[in-house]
Design a protein around this ligand. Structure first.
Ligand SMILES: [Zn+2]
Length: 167
């Protein structure tokens, strides 16, 4: 189901690329056709017209290929990591492992983040940060208590070491 959407999207992109290529190769002919029929043609001869047209077409193919490759890599880099989703993924999940769109980010439940949700998630984030720092302090103090030698050495200047981790 989801895979079909990817196939259709890729097919559409290919179709557009092919149409662009056709347009580029035929625009020259179309152009001269128009020029011939509107009476504005002014070229040195049939061979000059052929080679200048052919040469510029090769260049245009190169540019087209570069643009297509660039767009493709951009899409691969920035689109949502949910399989089959072509939205731009700008919300990191799992500590930045994934970039997801608002529809697929687990925190947003398929909706655009509302003001309340942003406030709530921010508060939760701050709480989590505080909890992590509290835990680190706890571990730090426990380690100091477990090694009496270190504790004795740092006995006089134990206050600066605890403040480094804490605040
Ligand atoms: Zn998505």
């Amino acid at each position: 189901m989801v895979k079909w959407r990817v196939v259709i999207a890729v097919g559409l992109i290919c179709a557009v690329a092919v149409l662009l290529a056709l347009w580029v190769t035929h625009s020259r002919q179309m152009g001269s056709w128009l020029q011939v029929h509107t009476g504005t043609i002014n070229e040195a001869g049939p061979y000059y017209g052929f080679w200048s047209g052919f040469g510029s077409d090769i260049e245009e193919f190169g540019v087209l290929g570069a643009i297509t490759a660039g767009v493709y890599s951009l899409i691969k880099k920035y689109n949502c990591h949910e399989p089959g989703c072509w939205r731009i993924g700008q919300h990191p999940a799992a500590g930045g492992q994934f970039l997801l769109c608002y529809r697929h980010h687990p925190d947003y439940q398929g909706k655009k983040p509302t003001h309340e949700l942003i406030q709530r998630l921010h508060r939760e984030h701050l709480k989590r940060e505080a909890a992590i720092h509290g835990k680190l302090d706890e571990i730090h103090q426990r380690l100091q208590a477990q090694s009496p030698a270190a504790h004795r050495e740092n006995g006089s200047d134990s206050t600066p070491t605890t403040t480094v981790g804490g605040q």
